[in-house]
Design a binder for this molecule. Structure first.
Ligand SMILES: [Mg+2]
Length: 234
């Protein structure tokens, strides 16, 4: 059975047109396009994580978690570790419940603030010939994939984030980027162990991760440019 969703296209008159789209057909078509692109030489592909790298995931989740737990937001520490135990999340089931509420009832993926510099520096990189490939693991909770995909596309457009490819997958190394930028500590480790050069976008969840680390998009841009220019790094 095919998955179907609706993608809203905003035209110049700000009118929204709802179009039924088969996700399976889009994925199939996209796979062919990606294959053709891989065959081209000399293209530097930057694999960019969304949550915690382009979007302020933890800032938005903190507000929603305060509502979820019916607590004053000041009671929830800003600095958290992966899994959010500092906010009272004790297991994966509780995390998934909060996450589901955040996405389906509070439109988390379309309402997050952008991390400062993401638009500016990704656009600079794109203008300079880097292929921006967004890679996100946002579909890891079942039963609201269409909502998650739709909110993601809306957010990317709304914030003017340039990208050639949008991949929803856990095994990020399989998309074949030349360089990755990622904040999830497990994903950074996994990518590096499998030989994929990965910049860690620093936040409180990944303090244990070794360099290369960046604290901002300005730092990320400089480092990415250095890596692109360095032989044997591609
Ligand atoms: Mg992330």
């Amino acid at each position: 059975m095919e998955n179907h969703t609706q993608i809203f296209i905003v035209n110049k008159l700000e009118k929204k047109l709802a179009i039924d789209v088969s996700i399976d057909k889009l994925v199939e078509r996209k796979g062919k396009i990606d294959k053709e692109r891989h065959m081209k030489k000399g293209v530097f592909v930057l694999g960019v994580d969304l949550d915690g790298v382009c979007s302020d995931f933890y800032g938005s989740m903190r507000k929603i978690a305060a509502e979820w737990f019916e607590k004053d937001i000041k009671e929830l520490p800003v600095k958290v570790s992966y899994g959010l135990k500092e906010w009272g999340i004790e297991n994966n089931y509780q995390y998934q419940s909060l996450h589901r509420f955040a996405v389906t009832q509070r439109n988390l993926f379309s309402s997050m603030n952008m991390i400062s510099g993401a638009r500016k520096y990704l656009r600079k990189l794109s203008d300079e010939g880097v292929r921006i490939r967004i890679i996100t693991h946002r579909l890891y909770i079942h039963h609201f994939h269409a909502t998650a995909v739709q909110q993601t596309i809306e957010w990317l457009d709304q914030h003017g984030i340039p990208y050639w490819d949008l991949c929803f997958m856990q095994e990020k190394g399989q998309v074949g980027a030349n360089l990755y930028i990622e904040d999830n500590p497990s994903s950074v480790k996994k990518l590096r162990v499998s030989g994929h050069e990965t910049i860690c976008f620093a936040n409180s969840t990944n303090i244990q991760i070794t360099p290369p680390r960046v604290k901002s998009w300005a730092e990320a841009y400089k480092l990415i440019k250095t890596i692109i220019k360095t032989p044997n790094k591609r």
